[in-house]
Design a binder for this molecule. Structure first.
Ligand code: SF4
Length: 339
């Protein structure tokens, strides 16, 4: 069965943007592929972050993923820092990664603008991503458009490492992207991609009141100043959100009512809110059950990490050997990553 690696930062609660754009896809893929789903907390520290809430945000992300349908019986769900081989492999891959390629990464160029003194971790972020994927010798990686360049670098790193240390074989497969239907969910400001840092999201676990409170002031077609002004649904994010939460006939009605000024934007948003609440309620209920049982969540993550470490330590034994390191004898099991 082909193997997939997916990563998500521990930003706390999932929002509908990352649920529609990524997590729904993972839930479907876990039935057809061997799936590793990793909460990438080591990536999270490459930008400014709050250490006091990192652990809780990591657990909350796990709760969101489980509530959204990630099934620990089907997929391996784990936390990146619980598998130390990620960091080890990153260090080893640094030796074959061209500095110029890292400096050329679009995300590095964008994010480094925000720092007076750029942390090296930000530059090396794509090497850690390469390590995440290659550690499990994953065949496929579901990626959003913003990660395509990083995946291409992963493929280059794999090629370089294979050329240098391969034994006539491609030990690291070059991972292929899974480019599914591109869902770029726009935030409630109607402008930027939905993102927690921009405060333009609806949380996957928001209450019905919270959903309505956030949808009410959301941007719509500015031409609809009053109920009597016709609008263009194509340029309105509320209309596009209807496509994910409302039935086809409702979507058609929204377009008709908008173009014909047959209802106001608040009517339109109320219908969206009701459909969104109906869709998200079962997820919220599952999350509430998990929130009162954090031990169960930690147990699932511990089982996932054990399974991930087993695969990671097999890869690392081979990598260390091929790179010429002296094997450690009598090494405690803990250091071999099988604890
Ligand atoms: S009626 Fe609906 S689709 Fe049209 S502008 Fe208002 S919120 Fe948007």
């Amino acid at each position: 069965m082909p193997r997939i690696f997916s990563g998500i930062q521990p930003s706390g609660e999932l929002h509908i943007g990352n649920w529609l754009g990524a997590v729904q896809n993972w839930v479907n893929l876990q039935r057809s592929y061997e799936s590793l789903i990793c909460i990438v907390d080591l990536h999270a520290i490459t930008s400014k972050y709050d250490k006091d809430t990192l652990a809780q945000r990591t657990r909350d992300m796990a709760i969101g993923l489980l509530a959204a349908g990630i099934d620990p019986e089907l997929a391996t769900l784990f936390v990146q820092s619980h598998v130390p081989q990620h960091s080890e492999l990153q260090w080893l891959l640094n030796s074959v990664t061209p500095l110029g390629e890292l400096e050329r990464m679009t995300q590095f160029k964008d994010k480094s603008q925000k720092f007076e003194s750029v942390p090296a971790g930000l530059l090396n972020y794509p090497v850690l991503m390469a390590a995440d994927i290659l550690l499990y010798r994953a065949d496929l990686v579901p990626v959003g458009e913003d990660q395509v360049q990083h995946l291409e670098l992963t493929r280059e790193i794999a090629r370089k490492w294979n050329a240098e240390f391969g034994r006539g074989d491609d030990f690291f497969p070059e991972p292929q992207p899974i480019l599914t239907e591109a869902k770029r969910i726009t935030g409630l400001d109607g402008q930027a991609k939905m993102s927690k840092s921009l405060g333009n999201t609806i949380g996957l676990l928001d209450t019905p009141d919270e959903i309505w409170h956030k949808l009410r002031p959301a941007k719509t077609d500015p031409a609809r100043v009053t109920r009597k002004d016709p609008g263009n649904p194509e340029i309105c994010n509320i209309y596009h959100l209807h496509k994910y939460f409302s039935r086809l006939e409702t979507v058609a009605l929204v377009a008709e009512n908008c173009r014909g000024a047959k209802w106001g934007c608040l009517d339109c948003k109320r219908v969206l809110a009701d459909n969104m609440i109906a869709t998200l309620s079962p997820i919220r209920e599952r999350a509430l059950q998990l929130q009162v049982d954090p031990d169960r969540v930690d147990e699932i993550l511990a089982d996932g990490a054990t399974a991930a470490r087993r695969r990671a330590s097999e890869t690392m034994r081979e990598v260390r050997d091929r790179m010429g390191f002296l094997p450690a004898r009598g090494k405690p099991a803990a250091l071999d990553g099988v604890w």
